[in-house]
Design a protein around this ligand. Structure first.
Ligand SMILES: [Zn+2]
Ligand SMILES: [Zn+2]
Length: 146
């Protein structure tokens, strides 16, 4: 995983909440990266063209409130490789846990209270990127995952 030199999360507490406010969280320390994901599944889950994710270790996150979990399996319906957690009341995507990456989670950047600190430097799954999407400032663009 690539460290993202952009974005300053350390100056203040990074906090966030879902649309209805039943789920709140705080993130401590610097995240591993801030990454845009163009994958087809993120398009479906977000109802948008891509997701914006703060990649961190789950020990950095304190989460309050109840979440529901959708377990996403591989193409052959085999191992669960990502658990997508969302607010059961308002449906906001909150975090995804990457099961093959030992405690690494993706926190949905749109839930942050202060979104001015979000500066994605990495984009992944460009094979699924919609043709009209072109994002400035990407230091790294990967066809699939990093
Ligand atoms: Zn909610
Ligand atoms: Zn994705």
């Amino acid at each position: 995983m690539i460290y993202d030199p952009h974005g300053d999360y350390s100056r203040r507490m990074t906090s966030g909440h879902c649309l209805c406010g039943s789920v709140t969280f705080e993130l401590t320390g610097d995240p591993i990266a801030t990454a845009v994901c163009h994958c087809e599944h993120c398009q479906r889950q977000s109802g948008s063209a891509f997701s914006v994710n703060i990649i961190a270790h789950k020990s950095q996150l304190t989460l309050n409130g109840e979440l529901r979990t959708y377990q996403e399996r591989g193409e052959n319906n085999d191992d669960v490789y990502v658990e997508r957690r969302f607010c059961p009341t308002c449906g906001s995507s909150v975090i995804s846990e990457l099961m093959k990456r030992d405690g690494v989670i993706a926190i949905k950047a749109g839930l942050l209270d202060d979104k001015s600190i979000v500066k994605p430097g990495v984009e992944v799954w460009c094979v699924d990127r919609q043709p009209w999407v072109s994002l400035p400032g990407m230091a790294v663009s990967l066809d699939r995952e990093g």
